[in-house]
Ligand binder design. Structure first.
Ligand SMILES: C[S@@+](CC[C@H](N)C(=O)[O-])C[C@H]1O[C@@H](n2cnc3c(N)ncnc32)[C@H](O)[C@@H]1O
Length: 432
């Protein structure tokens, strides 16, 4: 575990309570429960450890304006903000991520939720015993490759019942339970980020019980929602969630108290394919396949297609890193540049929305690209400084539990595997 000199001796201490000072060395959060309350409703790749989001909000939030997570993913920061009684805003261009964030930040009346869920479960049990199953199947490419035929028919019957629920928030909650069910009963490997088929031989022996799986998820998720509602004690801070590229959300200038976020570590196609991960759970939750398919194309690094010029971003470190990658691969060097071009746009949006004197806390990992370790944290610092941010500190932390593709060489060279990341960095910038 590494804490920078700044963090130990510099400005950070000014902000900390005695308790925080004692805790300063431990940002690892090894062995902590990261799935408590609604954090555990559904998995999402590269989730932020909720304890980190909470600590960053505790240290850096100052006023009453909202907390903003521009790359909110599954909503970890938003849930923590709510628990702390703070309003928040989340943006993500993945419609499944924002759907998940919405469900995780919407407290429900538990008695009503139980009653409606019991009715849905009873109705789906009856439906699944029928001889003919004729519910509409959502549009998806090659469904029988991804799901067995009988599984598709059962999922569709449950979907019809779930979508008939009149209370919109409870319906969304049950849509998410159906998404979890679809993930479990699909023919795909469950511990992958990308879409990987389990293989025909395994599919033949795979006989999931769709109704039982759905019932288990409903029961599990109600318990998690119950503990969230209890924790809120009737307080209901708002979480506004937008499915949008964060560079396009026109937040007012000086309207945000603190940014707590973790952007992707690289473009979606060569790091974590958030769109692929979300595709089948999302389709069964009622999100259009085309929208889910576009996520990995338009995510950070996918929008800019510029040729390199050192004058565009004006970062020495970016320039030297670009030149190193270029020696190995022109294509990778261009991908690298366009990723930072897009990320710079997000930094500009954060700078615009933050109040003067407030902080952006950005958690990143330094990935390998063409076997070169990318100093993403230090490049972000340089880009931030160009925009007008002051660099307060960078805190290093080991990653004990984060779901990352540890053994995947991004270059896809056969026989070559390397850790893509050992630790991550928490960069603290301040708008001056
Ligand atoms: C590391 S994940 C965030 C995980 C999140 N902190 C959590 O705990 O679930 C990065 C997210 O950024 C999103 N994303 C990528 N480019 C984006 C952009 N330009 N605008 C908004 N979201 C973007 C991806 O869809 C992904 O959900």
């Amino acid at each position: 575990m590494l804490v920078t000199m700044d963090a130990k001796q510099g400005n950070l201490h000014d902000y900390l309570t005695t308790h925080d000072k004692e805790q300063l060395d431990d940002w690892t959060f090894n062995g902590v429960d990261t799935k408590y309350m609604t954090h555990g409703l559904h998995p999402y790749p590269a989730r932020m450890i909720p304890q980190i989001a909470r600590r960053l909000v505790t240290i850096y939030a100052r006023g009453k304006e909202p907390v903003w997570d521009p790359f909110c993913g599954s909503g970890s920061t938003l849930v923590e903000a709510m628990i702390m009684g703070r309003n928040s805003i989340g943006t993500d261009l993945n419609p499944f991520a924002t759907f998940l964030s919405k469900v995780k930040t919407t407290p429900l009346d538990i008695a009503k939720l139980r009653k409606v869920s019991d009715n849905v479960l009873k109705a789906t049990r009856e439906r699944l015993q029928k001889a003919t199953k004729d519910a509409e199947i959502p549009v998806m490419h090659n469904p029988t490759y991804y799901f067995k035929e009988d599984v598709i028919l059962d999922l569709a019957e449950i979907k019809d019942e779930v979508f008939a629920v009149s209370d919109g928030d409870i319906r969304d909650f049950l849509r998410l339970c159906l998404a979890s069910t679809a993930r479990d009963v699909s023919n795909l490997k469950k511990n992958e980020f990308k879409i990987v088929h389990m293989g025909q031989a395994k599919v033949e022996d795979f006989k999931p019980d769709v109704q039982v799986t759905f019932g288990n998820h409903v029961e599990r998720c109600i318990r998690l929602m119950e503990s969230f509602v209890r924790k809120l004690e009737g307080e209901n801070p708002s979480a506004e969630i937008y499915t949008i590229d964060n560079r396009e959300l026109a937040l007012e200038e000086n309207s945000i108290d603190v940014v707590v976020t973790s952007p992707p570590y690289g473009d979606h196609s060569t790091t974590v394919a958030y769109g692929q991960f979300s595709r089948y759970p999302g389709i069964w939750a009622g999100i259009e396949e085309d929208k889910l398919k576009s996520v990995d194309r338009i995510g950070l690094g996918g929008r800019s297609h510029s040729n390199y010029s050192s004058e565009i971003l004006n970062s020495t470190l970016l320039d030297t890193t670009y030149q190193k990658i270029l020696k190995n691969s022109e294509k990778r060097a261009k991908q690298f540049f366009n990723f930072f071009l897009d990320l710079n746009g997000s930094l500009l949006a954060m700078y615009h929305a933050l109040k003067n004197g407030s902080h952006a806390c950005i958690v990143v990992g330094n990935r390998l690209m063409s076997r070169i370790r990318i100093p993403t944290d230090a490049i972000i610092v340089e880009l931030g400084q160009n925009i007008g941010f002051a660099h307060i500190t960078t805190i290093g932390r080991d990653i004990p539990t984060k779901r990352m593709p540890w053994q995947n060489a991004p270059e896809n060279v056969e026989g070559y595997s390397a850790d893509t990341m050992h630790n991550e960095h928490i960069i603290i910038l301040q708008k001056r």
